[in-house]
Design a protein around this ligand. Structure first.
Ligand code: CA
Length: 247
């Protein structure tokens, strides 16, 4: 309840990043490309726990298709893959001027492999075995670098939202949101004034393989209202949810 005063009198600033990058969407969706079930499921679970939305492709072709149809904030790429190798996939990506950050994750940890991966256009490289905490830290560093310091924080009234670390503060005090609540908040803030449908929100919060409870979005919205104030998110019946744009 102590957060409610944040929104009394709602003098809300237009988010600074929008002025600088009017067309830039902030997405926290990561494409994980890994054919090893054990490593893939561990990385997928760790990233989700850290608040990211994860799509997991198990071969190079599936990954290529995903990259052609979906916007990702980051790709975590194994090199030894069925159907299309990680290096070929990366070269194809860069050849069509797609500059999505790529972190190579592979057992091919020799110096020549590192060099060829980086030469093919990778932004970072982590050899297996690796520590999940380090992988997540590197992902956040790459996302920060890709978004640039000027787009890192979103201001909305007394709220400051850091999309790369999925943290929210109100008047400098940490607001304890779950990763999904924070991702949903970023999504609503990125589309201020535009209602987002439940299907659209589900798409942004969940990866391909995740099962979604039928009331999941309502639950997240309800939790955000409890933590940030009931009037922050408006329901538009039959359409969706919106955070008002305030000039
Ligand atoms: Ca592999």
């Amino acid at each position: 309840m102590w957060l409610r005063p944040c929104f009394i009198g709602l003098f809300l600033k237009i988010a600074r990043y929008k002025e600088c990058f009017p067309n830039k969407l902030i997405t926290m969706r990561i494409l994980l490309v890994e054919d090893d079930d054990l490593i893939g499921s561990g990385v997928e679970a760790g990233l989700r726990q850290a608040g990211f939305t994860v799509d997991w492709a198990r071969d190079g072709r599936a990954a290529m298709l995903a990259l052609e149809t979906t916007e990702y904030a980051l790709v975590i790429l194994d090199l030894g893959l069925p159907k299309l190798s990680g290096t070929e996939l990366l070269k194809g990506l860069r050849a069509r001027s797609d500059d999505t950050p790529v972190l190579i994750l592979t057992a091919r940890d020799s110096v020549p492999d590192r060099v060829s991966g980086l030469a093919a256009g990778a932004d970072d490289y982590l050899g297996k075995p690796f520590d999940l905490t380090e992988l997540i830290a590197r992902c956040r560093a790459l996302l920060r670098r890709a978004q640039g310091r000027s787009v890192e924080l979103i201001s909305y009234g007394d709220l400051r939202v850091d999309p790369s670390s999925l943290t929210v503060t109100c008047n400098g005090q940490n607001v304890p949101l779950t990763g999904r609540e924070c991702t949903l908040l970023v999504e609503l803030l990125t589309h201020q004034g535009t209602p987002l449908s439940r299907a659209r929100i589900e798409e942004s919060l969940y990866g391909w393989q995740e099962e979604i409870e039928s009331n999941a979005v309502e639950v997240h919205i309800s939790n955000l209202r409890k933590k940030l104030g009931a009037s922050v998110i408006r329901t538009i019946r039959g359409v969706g949810y919106v955070m008002e744009k305030v000039s």
